[in-house]
Unconditional design. Sequence first.
Length: 244
Amino acid sequence: MQIKDYQVFLLGVMIALGSIASTYILSKAIINFQKLQNQTIRVTGSASQNVTSDKASLTVRFSVQNPTLKGAYSKLNEDRMIIKKFIEGQKFTDIEFSVIDSYPQYKKFPGSYNTTNEVDYYNASQSVKVKSSDIKGLTELSKNINELVNKDIDIHADTVQYFVSNLDDVKIKAAEEAAKNAKVRAQSLVKGTNGKIGVMTSAKLGVFQIVPIDSTEINDYGINDTSSIEKKVVATVSATFTVK
């Protein structure tokens, strides 16, 4: 009975010591893990890619006023044919006319802003969009088409919009360069402490800024400039790296 009691005592001591040791090892592992988790650095990298627009579009609006709806549609149709002929004469073929928008304008009571039920005249308007890869030619068209005012056409040309057809590819390239820049910045920050950058643990792509080539403008929601031929695509990447 004495031997058995001694054995039971030793077994209890061993179990207690094992429990203490395992608790210590587990606690140390947790502490080391927490330290490892804290040994990270978060930086934001940026990069830009210059691009040249290879497509453009021009929207031209024209309108008429006439005492009758029939007369308004008739005059608008005449103007449309003149405008179409003028555009095609400049060697542009990708032409798309919108649907006609029309509404009556009612007469007003004398000395009042209130309107009567009597129609004064009808407004009718339409727009035409011209698309082309001839950037220079379309820009010239936007300047010259206002000459049609001399043919009694109420016409207005919007600003030409310029686009980049491979914009998605440019964005991907800019994002890749921004991620590389983030790593370079992280390495520069830890260099003074003799640390080294480890693996990237997370990365978040910011919004793209597509701006004129000499612009420094940014916007939290991103910018998509269509007013300039020469542009730059700016990408940002916020990345977290481990530090060794």
